[in-house]
Design a protein around this ligand. Structure first.
Ligand code: CA
Length: 226
């Protein structure tokens, strides 16, 4: 999970960054709005923590620019102000959550984790199609080449996560973070075990193998047709 912090108060940015890193997140920090926007567009962040009062570009401008670019990354706004009008304005401009300074790090962490569990808008589609595989998210049915494939609940969750991120390499930790809950303390090889099961159901007997292993990195769902 990669998080961007856009915050001009160096001490605060540093504390948040260090605390999030200690939680296992990859963290980038931008000290002003323009740099924040640049990074937000350049990289696929899982969450952006965005201060409102920033030099060069305000947090509001950065938020609007990110949404204009159709980036659906979850955005948590930070502000010293506690005005309801402000909150409404930013939420309607596309912010996903709001935190008023000063706050306890634990509260920030809870909000960030909640945002990570919430899929971006583009990931809320009812059906996902990858090559000849179709996933119906309402009935939780998976088909390949029109043939129904029965998956267990956990296999389905893993399949859906891979499909939502088709073409993107997912590390074992990312998969655990998304598919298993926070309390999971097992070995990371649980992912390999489930991938093996999933392959047996999804890929065995088909020429096109959808699930690819990226050695040392993780897994990726092949999104190239044919
Ligand atoms: Ca500020």
């Amino acid at each position: 999970m990669r998080i961007l912090i856009v915050e001009d108060e160096e001490k605060l940015a540093d504390i948040i960054a260090r605390s999030l890193k200690a939680e296992g997140f990859a963290v980038d920090v931008a000290g002003d709005g323009a740099q924040g926007l640049e990074l937000a567009i350049a990289y696929a962040y899982d969450v952006i923590i965005l201060d409102i009062m920033l030099p060069r570009l305000s947090g509001t401008e950065v938020l609007e620019a990110i949404r204009q670019k159709n980036r659906q990354v979850p955005i948590l706004m930070l502000t010293a102000r506690d005005a309801v009008a402000d909150k409404v304005k930013h939420l309607s401009a596309g912010a996903d959550d709001y935190l008023t300074k000063p706050f306890a790090f634990l509260e920030l962490l809870v909000r960030v984790r909640a945002l990570l569990r919430r899929a971006p808008v583009q990931q809320r589609a009812d059906t996902i199609t990858v090559a000849d595989m179709e996933i119906d998210r309402l009935s939780r049915q998976v088909k390949r080449a029109g043939r129904r494939i029965d998956l267990s609940a956990k296999e389905y969750a893993l399949m859906e996560y891979l499909a939502l991120n088709a073409g993107r390499v997912l590390s074992r930790n990312m998969i655990i973070e998304h598919v298993w809950d926070q309390s999971f303390e097992g070995l990371t090889n649980i992912v390999d075990v489930y991938i093996r099961q999933l392959r047996g159901k999804i890929d065995d007997g088909y020429d096109l193998k959808l699930i690819k292993t990226m050695r040392g990195a993780g897994y990726v769902l092949n999104d190239e047709a044919g």
